[in-house]
Design a protein around this ligand. Structure first.
Ligand code: SF4
Length: 272
């Protein structure tokens, strides 16, 4: 039985009339949703039931990012089971409360038990869950020294540099340009501390996404001659406390969280 592994292969077995009766405007769009698993073939009324069932069994659905993260989380949780949390707590700057590690992220407590399960009064998502488990497993407890470097200078960052620059720094710059006051208000609510830096940015703030992994956010406002700029620097010690991919996830998750908060607080419910 030949497998159907991409939208084009699926498209070839659809009627191709683009009638829209399946709820999307074209057969190609329908094929793309079939491969993601968000629509099923029986939504096309022009395929006979037995043919639709046969074709369905040939479609190889794409794994989503959530599937991948769930697999990673399960693997990391297995590793956490072998840790002695009472030894881990002082090393990573956390507290042990009963049998749980209490790790402060942006001023909020997240609790991890011996099975690696995470709970918090805040929303828990994979942007934080994956880096936090890596942090618990890998952090060597090296203290930050106010020695700030770009993300690209960290070991293992090459693969993620472009993503970090585009999806984290650039995305945050756009939020700062559009909602400067609200964004900085949110940052201070999450424990940001203003600081003076050699780069003389208009705003320099340190936030603590993890106890030994500070981020320094520098923002230069736009003026008549120059567009705005924003960078996120890491302490050189981050190389010993967390891996580059986890930093990327963490930064991306923060930007997403700020974006959602801005949407929910802005009067029109619009970002830009
Ligand atoms: S209902 Fe069938 S034929 Fe019509 S657009 Fe959808 S997939 Fe194509």
């Amino acid at each position: 039985m030949t497998e159907l592994k991409n939208p084009m292969e699926i498209y070839k077995v659809l009627p191709g009339t683009n009638c829209g009766h399946c709820g999307v405007p074209s057969c190609m769009a329908f094929a793309a949703l079939l491969i993601q698993g968000t629509k099923s073939l029986n939504r096309c009324p022009y395929l006979e039931k037995n043919i639709a069932e046969h074709l369905s069994s040939r479609i190889v659905k794409r794994r989503s990012m959530d599937d991948d993260h769930e697999e990673v989380i399960n693997r990391l949780r297995q590793e956490v089971r072998h840790l002695d949390l009472s030894h881990v707590a002082p090393r990573i700057g956390a507290r042990l409360i009963d049998t749980h590690l209490a790790v402060t992220c942006l001023g909020k407590d997240f609790f991890i038990d011996q099975t690696g399960e995470m709970t918090s009064s805040c929303h828990v998502n994979h942007w934080l869950y994956v880096p936090l488990l890596h942090y618990i497993l890998e952090c060597r407890g090296v203290e930050p020294k106010n020695d700030w470097i770009p993300f690209s200078e960290l070991p293992g960052a090459a693969e993620w540099s472009q993503y970090f620059s585009h999806r984290c720094e650039e995305a945050l710059r756009q939020l700062a340009d559009a909602h400067r006051e609200l964004l900085f208000e949110i940052l201070f609510l999450f424990g940001a501390q203003a600081m003076t830096t050699a780069g003389k940015a208009d705003h320099s703030l340190v936030i603590m996404p993890l106890p030994k992994v500070p981020f320094l956010i520098n923002y230069w406002q736009p003026d008549e001659a120059f567009p705005s700029e924003l960078n996120i620097l890491l302490d050189r010690s981050a190389a010993h406390n967390i891996n580059a991919h986890s930093i990327t996830l963490l930064a991306r998750g923060l930007v997403e969280m700020f974006r959602q908060l801005i949407i929910s607080h802005s009067r029109e419910g619009k970002l830009f």
